[in-house]
Design a protein around this ligand. Structure first.
Ligand SMILES: *Cc1c(COP(=O)(O)O)cnc(C)c1O
Length: 425
């Protein structure tokens, strides 16, 4: 592979063009294994950023892609519909919280978030109320496009860079009580305070249910989410849940909001929707939200991406939903959670570890120092695993099909990195 060209001309995510970090050339991936150009096999600990839940090169997903590509890869969605979109949306609504009835298909997670925010704004406009603020949490992450970024943690996503352009929303403190800890009611104080003072201008609360992902891998108590739902109801504010990372079984429930027994007014899904095959996302809404939006001045929801409802992506997503329907993911994520619960506390004794946490098929080791990305990445590859840390966070969200031996290998590789001081700054 022409890695020199890559280094010189191709931008990688959150990477400098001046001092690019090493990129590892991958030629294929199968099951939980990623194969490098030099023949080395890596056990995947990332599911390609939460998405490849069934593993790579899955026969059922491959068959769906082949079957659809021979019929049509794409056709516009304006004035046209097709079987892959209809069958996918049926399955999606079956899995989703029962109050959600309308599906808007979009291109990526960030776009699904943009769509959800626009829906909330149009909703209040249709009701004749001027509401242009969103309430969200510190340490959150909702994507890299502008509106999504405006409700992402101001420090992590460097709002200072876009000052004067980026809309300014309201940030409440993120919850401190961990998922497995005793609930502390004071966690809700900040949200309560912001809602009581600003509710008349707030269109919706948007947050990641149960786990704040890219903003810090913080796994919080379900009572917080329950409390936010109650506060939204009592103040008459919509609740948008961003399940782009957590959706489709990752936390041990089909959707993370099930841990708290609550339902959102608007739900965003993405990442694992196609089992990691291609980009597709969806924003689901209640009948009340959809009817109100469309009953307003505009007469419709004002959005329609070119590749909306892409049949190829829908066909693969539908096949992924079918795999989830057999329910094996429950046992698989439970087994992975049990393995993390057994293996991770041992790492907590280590001087470089400040915290370990886990839920479902998510395991997190928080270090006391930031990693040295170049060194730790090389170390993991040397150990035969693919784990991509950021800052002080070394975390795993392996494919559900991972064996216990795979999980042990991932955790052992983290332990060996902790024993190598060069892996940290
Ligand atoms: C990844 C992510 C997004 C953005 O999705 P993209 O497909 O990268 O645009 C939004 N919200 C959450 C919670 C995410 O994890």
């Amino acid at each position: 592979m022409d890695l020199t060209f890559d280094r010189r001309h191709i931008w990688h995510p959150y990477t400098s063009t001046l001092t690019p970090l090493t990129c590892y050339p991958v030629v294929s991936a199968n099951g939980v294994q990623i194969q490098l150009e030099n023949g080395k096999q890596l056990v995947d600990g990332m599911s390609s950023w939460w998405s490849a839940i069934h593993g790579y090169n899955h026969p059922a997903l491959n068959a769906a892609a082949h079957g659809q590509i021979d019929k049509m890869s794409h056709v516009m969605f304006g004035g046209i519909t097709h079987e892959p979109a209809i069958e996918l949306c049926k399955k999606l609504l079956n899995f989703a919280p029962s109050n959600l009835e309308h599906v808007f298909l979009a291109d990526s997670g960030s776009v699904a978030v943009e769509v959800s925010l626009k829906m909330a704004l149009q909703y209040w406009h249709a009701k004749g109320e001027q509401r242009s603020k969103f309430l969200t949490l510190r340490d959150g992450y909702h994507g890299d496009t502008f509106a999504a970024m405006s409700v992402t943690d101001p420090n992590n996503s460097m709002h200072s860079l876009y000052k004067g352009f980026l809309p300014e929303h309201i940030f409440a403190d993120s919850p401190k009580t961990g998922f497995w800890q005793d609930w502390d009611e004071s966690d809700l104080e900040s949200v309560k305070d912001k809602l009581s003072r600003h509710h008349k201008e707030i269109a919706a609360v948007i947050l990641e249910p149960i786990i704040q992902g890219a903003g810090g891998m913080r796994i919080y108590h379900p009572n917080f989410l329950k409390g936010v739902r109650e506060l939204c109801d009592s103040y008459g504010v919509l609740l948008i849940l961003d399940e782009i990372a957590t959706g489709f079984g990752r936390t041990g429930k089909m959707f993370a909001c099930e841990h708290a027994g609550i339902q959102p007014d608007i739900l965003c899904v993405g990442k694992a929707l196609t089992g990691g095959y291609m980009t597709l996302s969806a924003t689901l809404a209640t009948k009340n939200v959809a009817d109100t939006v469309c009953g307003g001045e505009a007469g419709c929801f004002m959005h329609g991406p070119t590749f909306m409802g892409n049949p190829l992506a829908c066909a693969v997503a539908e096949a992924s939903m079918t795999l989830l329907e057999n329910g094996e993911w429950k046992e698989q994520t439970h087994q992975i959670e049990t393995a993390f619960a057994e293996l991770l506390p041992k790492l907590k004794q280590h001087a470089l570890v400040s915290d370990v946490r886990w839920l479902g098929a998510i395991g997190v080791v928080e270090a006391t120092k930031s990693v040295n990305m170049e060194v730790i990445q090389a170390h993991f590859v040397e150990q035969g695993v693919w784990i991509r840390p950021f800052g002080k966070l070394i975390y795993m969200m392996p494919p559900y099909i991972s064996s216990m031996a795979n999980i042990e290998q991932l955790v052992a590789a983290i332990e060996s990195a902790l024993n190598n001081p060069d892996c940290f700054q």
